[in-house]
Write a protein that binds this ligand. Sequence first.
Ligand SMILES: [Zn+2]
Length: 84
Amino acid sequence: MPIYEYRCSSCGAQKDVMQKIGDAPLTTCPECGAETFGKQISAAGFQLKGSGYYATDFKNSGKPKEQCAPCGAASTCPMADGGA
Ligand SMILES: [Zn+2]
């Protein structure tokens, strides 16, 4: 059974809730009672799906590509790839 990480945007309370797939998501915060309780898309959730490529993908895209020395542009600069 997957565990969902919930967080209240009102008071900031966090809670891991075990729910069946298809269960209605919780909306009421157990701490303050506000209807601002919602699921978080967390790394734990991705791991439960059993795919590791999210993490790798993140690492690659998060790291800036080598910048073009002459113009300082990102990877879109043609000089960045062919230069070095
Ligand atoms: Zn709350």
